[in-house]
Write a protein that binds this ligand. Structure first.
Ligand SMILES: [Zn+2]
Length: 280
């Protein structure tokens, strides 16, 4: 299977973006793969620390293996927003393909040191593991934001700092704060991208950003976009509707089938928007 690093470099060069979608159940992981297969692209399935604990690290890896066999497309499993070196190591031990070590809340030097510890550990285990670091402060969490979230100038990733961070760590990917926030915001976020070289840039919190800004971000060099809130909203609103309409139904797999389908449709739309069609 082609390495994630190669795919991300290719995407950067060709100005399209890979998709990263979060999952907390095997059904969701399957829906993500079905969507990617239909569009004809690679896919990254992400589990945050909470999602990974819900699924189980070993179980998530086993499901990925089963999905690879079934779908025959490159499927990568990413430990999304792992906020400690220990949590990142647990994901590496379980067999994740990719680690997002998010120490962005720590001072710069501590962030660099922690990321380097994870990279060293990953390389000792297996050479192909892709590691993502994060700089800048991403506000919000993955839900619909009821109150306006103000993004302060100091939250943005500083491009000189970013270049220094990449040099000091050798991360494969860098998550940057460029006006994006976690969760769907009420205001349209304005993205402002300064691009450090030799690293794949990752845009988190891709939900709720207008299509035109997503396209501009990809043009500016973003090679991976994270979507979580949009698929959660699609799933839960459809599930609520179905449960309301079928109060006598108790077979869970029947109740959530249309919700999973709604999630899949959103993912297909995003992958097409990212220009990822026929890029396996
Ligand atoms: Zn994120």
């Amino acid at each position: 299977m082609i390495a994630l690093k190669e795919i991300l470099l290719q995407a950067t060069r060709e100005h399209w973006s890979t998709g990263h979608f979060n999952a907390s159940e095997s059904d969701h992981m399957r829906a993500i793969c079905e969507a990617a297969k239909e569009v004809g692209t690679i896919v990254i399935i992400g589990t945050s620390e909470g999602e990974a604990k819900h699924l189980g690290y070993d179980i998530a890896v086993s499901i990925r293996d089963g999905l690879r066999k079934e779908f025959q497309i490159p499927i990568f499993l990413n430990a999304d927003h792992h906020k400690s070196v220990e949590a990142a190591k647990a994901a590496i031990d379980a067999g994740y393909d990719s680690i997002h070590i998010d120490l962005s809340a720590l001072p710069f030097e501590e962030n660099v040191a922690g990321v380097n510890e994870v990279i060293e550990y990953a390389r000792r285990k297996e050479s192909g593991i892709s590691v993502e670091g994060e700089l800048g402060y991403l506000r919000g969490d993955s839900k619909i934001q009821k109150e306006k979230i103000a993004i302060k100038p100091e939250d943005y990733t500083d491009s000189d700092k970013a270049a220094e961070f990449v040099k000091l760590t050798g991360v494969d990917r860098l998550a940057i704060a460029v006006g994006n926030i976690h969760g769907i915001s009420l205001d349209e976020p304005v993205l402002d991208i300064a691009r450090p070289k030799d690293v794949a840039l990752v845009l988190h919190a891709g939900s709720g950003i207008p299509d035109e800004q997503i396209k501009a971000a990809i043009e500016a060099g973003i090679a991976n976009i994270h979507i979580n809130t949009d698929i959660r909203v699609a799933f839960v609103s459809e599930l609520r509707k179905t449960i309301g309409e079928h109060l006598d139904e108790v077979a869970m797999y029947k109740l959530d089938a249309s919700a999973t389908k709604a999630m899949k449709e959103v993912i297909i739309g995003k992958l097409k928007l990212f220009g990822a069609s026929n890029k396996v």
